[in-house]
Ligand binder design. Structure first.
Ligand code: CP
Length: 326
């Protein structure tokens, strides 16, 4: 299938390197596969900016959102991405479902799949849930966040945004700041950024950034002010109070004093520093409003790019499934 926009033709065959009919994490992706997704996302961004019509690339397919945790950005952008590609969408809500009558998670998923679903997009608080679904369902499975394990499309859209604004990933120093221990976004960023050649520094209080992270080939710092001048990109991660069993610092005010990105800290960064945050942001905790809304911030651009990244992922996994005849 091809799409004509102006005098250019887009799409065509799937990249040869892409053979996966699931996207479960970035840990298992090679640099070539990561690049294939980023390139496809760039193409979808260009196509959708030039043409607001449905592309009908996935006409006849149905994508189901199974979100067992709250979401604003991921759920809505997967729905919109699927519809922009011409697919039908189905939103499953656990509250009000027959899970409350004792039906198991797998039986629930199998019943939804039996309605003719081609792709399941799943978010769940338990790490490994998407992998379990991939073993039990015939359709494609995309991980939309599994506990503190991975959030691959968030990692991809973060990396896409950096590549779009800085040209490439190799050679950049990217700091992930905040609650790393409980962050699925951190893991996906680490795998993707390292494979594409970035230097990655994790920064936050010792209760939220353990030294064991060094085993993944990243650096660990507990002093944001010390690393600021070295960074090209700061990705500010939310404190995940909902995943913590004890208070990791005496007060939010103390955390903000040491780690919030504010005007004073911004003045001590490189002139072209790029500020990212996966969202939702807590204004005044990990970032002050003037920085979040300021000229260095790419926070809303990340959300825009999330749509193109999710279109790319849906196109790739569905294309691989069709190529397999599965
Ligand atoms: N960044 C992110 O995953 O946002 P949502 O929880 O709103 O989907």
């Amino acid at each position: 299938m091809s799409v004509e926009v102006g005098d250019r033709t887009y799409l065509g065959p799937l990249p040869a390197v892409w053979v996966r009919n699931h996207l479960l994490g970035l840990e298992e992706l090679s640099a070539e596969e990561l690049t294939a997704v980023l390139d496809a996302a760039a193409m979808f961004k260009e196509v959708t900016e030039g043409c607001q019509e449905k592309l009908n690339v996935l006409r006849g397919k149905t994508c189901a959102n199974l979100f067992f945790e709250n979401s604003t950005r991921t759920r809505t952008s997967f729905s919109l991405a699927a519809r922009r590609l011409g697919a039908d969408t189905l939103d499953f809500s656990p509250s009000g479902s027959s899970l409350s009558k004792g039906e198991t998670f797998i039986d629930t998923a199998k019943n939804i799949e039996a309605m003719g679903i081609d792709v399941v997009v799943v978010r769940h608080r338990t790490p490994g849930t998407p992998h379990l679904l991939a073993q039990n369902l015939a359709c494609s499975v995309i991980n939309a966040g599994d506990g503190a394990h991975e959030h691959p499309t968030q990692g991809l859209l973060d990396i896409f945004t950096i590549r779009e604004l800085r040209g490439s990933i190799a050679g950049l120093t990217v700091a992930l700041v905040g609650d790393i221990n409980h962050s699925r976004t951190a893991r996906s960023n680490i795998w993707g950024l390292k494979k594409l050649g970035a230097r990655v520094i994790l920064c936050g209080p010792s209760t939220l950034v353990s030294q064991r992270w060094r085993e993944l080939g990243v650096e660990v710092s507990h002093d944001l002010d010390a690393i600021l001048p070295e960074c090209d990109v700061l990705n500010l991660l939310r404190i995940q109070f909902e995943r913590q069993t004890m208070r990791p610092f005496p007060s939010v005010r103390e955390y903000a004093h040491l780690y919030a990105m504010n005007r004073e800290r911004l003045a001590r960064t490189r002139a072209d520093i790029l500020i990212l945050a996966p969202g939702p942001i807590n204004r005044g905790v990990e970032v002050t409003p003037d920085v979040a809304d300021g000229p260095h911030s790419a926070i809303l651009r990340q959300v825009t790019n999330g749509l193109a990244v999710r279109m790319a992922v849906l196109w790739l996994v569905c294309g691989a499934a069709d190529r397999d005849g599965s």
